[in-house]
Design a protein around this ligand. Structure first.
Ligand code: FAD
Length: 392
């Protein structure tokens, strides 16, 4: 495609991941639009655990999204699903576990992104890296510049565009993941582990994709780790030695490896800058206590595409995006961030995790996993400054 020959476009979607593909699919057909990504194939390779709550769970997780019943985007078709799980098993450092019902799709995230982007019918420009944002236009590594009336910045957690706007200030956590074959776990269950040895300041996971294949990974924050520990050692230990996980992984083989970061912060306070709308991880639109951003990016991408279209066709202000995504997503993000802040204090020491969570019930964990705040946790707000003074 000869980019230089293109006139000023209506909308450029910068980054064709979760938010970008759903933005492309909601942009009105009569507009001149392109999606740009540095990858050869949108969504490939997968850099994600790939779990998305089912639609009925989504109503509990994101109750402020009034239109969920009408959102067909969460009727995830079978062709994008590799497994459907029913439970979460949340494992403490002392091995105690909470088994909680929570229905999840394990999606084929790569195929979902690629298909949604391609079926949007919009032009896609691949294998081109955005190197800068200049006066609202995007400069590519090929030297070309793309002019557009609107830029939807969906370029992920390391957003070049957020950096160029000077707003890339959110906390991100490094994560490392293997796809493994020959994993011997209950394929109805997603396993989540906390503890300094294997996931300092974050958590580790086994997410069964079916037929013995699983995403096995850790989120790891160095500032919470013991001297000399790092994310590579942590994942190795989780796979080979950790008593609560390694028995399920001892016969498994690594098929592929990835490393990426996930935002774990509140979303940006401002997401529209002149003609640029920041969306998804680029604006830290995540459920931060579990580092989940697929559902929020799907919704925010869809809303961004609709608002950008209405701006181009009817002159309705782009700034409407600020209110529209916030009323749907911000309350859940704030509840989640509160849980994360409490967790940052409890999670400093394994003994503290074991003792504090011995007070939690399965019902409490049921709520916490859905970003709901149990009464005990709400009350702990007042105790929080005292927790670091405890002898454990
Ligand atoms: C290891 C890991 C596991 C995770 N597991 C889950 C999970 O199970 N469930 C969940 O809900 N969330 C999970 N997340 C978070 C989730 O993946 C993200 O929140 C979500 O993908 C954000 O979507 P996005 O569209 O904003 O960004 P992305 O999906 O990352 O898309 C960004 C796109 O922009 C492109 N891009 C970036 N920079 C440029 C550039 N300069 N030029 C051109 N293109 C560019 C990238 O190639 C990419 O295609 C996980 C994250 C990680 C790191």
């Amino acid at each position: 495609m000869d980019i230089q020959a293109m006139d000023t476009l209506d909308i450029v979607v910068a980054g064709i991941g979760v938010a970008g593909s759903f933005a492309l699919s909601s942009i009105f057909d009569e507009l001149e639009v392109v999606g740009i990504d540095k990858r050869e194939k949108p969504g490939h390779p997968v850099e994600c655990g790939e779990i998305v709550p089912t639609k009925s769970e989504m109503k509990l997780l994101l109750p402020e999204v009034d239109e969920l019943d009408d959102y067909s985007i969460f009727d995830i078709p079978k062709r994008f699903e590799s497994n459907r799980t029913k439970y979460f098993c949340f494992v403490l450092p002392n091995g105690k576990s909470f088994d909680v019902e929570f229905e999840m799709h394990v999606v084929k995230r790569d195929e979902m992104i690629q298909t949604v982007a391609e079926e949007s019918g919009k032009k896609l420009i691949l294998k081109r890296r955005i190197v800068s944002l200049n006066n609202g236009n995007l400069k590519l590594d090929s030297g070309e510049e793309i002019k557009s009336r609107v830029v939807i910045a969906a370029d992920g957690a390391n957003s070049r565009i957020a950096k160029d706007l000077g707003v890339w200030k959110y906390d991100v956590v490094p994560a490392k993941q293997y796809v493994m074959e020959g994993v011997e776990c209950d394929e109805n269950t997603i396993y989540m582990y906390v503890g300094k040895e294997i996931a300092a300041g974050g958590y580790a996971w086994i997410i069964p994709k079916g037929n013995g294949v699983a995403n096995v990974g850790v989120g790891f924050r160095k500032e919470f780790a013991r001297l000399g520990d790092n994310i590579h050692k942590a994942l190795d230990k989780f796979v080979k030695e950790y008593p609560h996980s390694s028995p399920m992984l001892k016969n498994a083989e690594i098929v592929s490896k990835i490393g990426a970061v996930v935002p774990v912060d509140l979303p940006l306070k401002k997401t529209v800058y002149d003609n640029v709308m920041l969306v998804g991880d680029a604006a830290s639109m995540v459920i931060s206590h579990v580092g989940a951003g697929i559902p929020t990016s799907m919704i925010a991408g869809k809303v961004a595409g609709e608002i950008a279209s209405q701006y181009c066709l009817n002159g309705k202000p782009l700034e409407r995006f600020e209110e529209e995504w916030r009323k749907r997503l911000l309350p859940a993000m704030e509840r989640s961030y509160f849980i994360k802040r409490v967790w940052d204090v409890i999670g400093e020491r394994d003994e503290r995790i074991n003792r504090v969570l011995s007070l939690a019930s399965n019902k409490d964990m049921w709520k916490i996993l859905r970003s709901q705040i149990p009464l005990k946790l709400r009350l702990s707000r007042f105790m929080l400054p005292l927790i670091p003074l405890l002898p454990f």
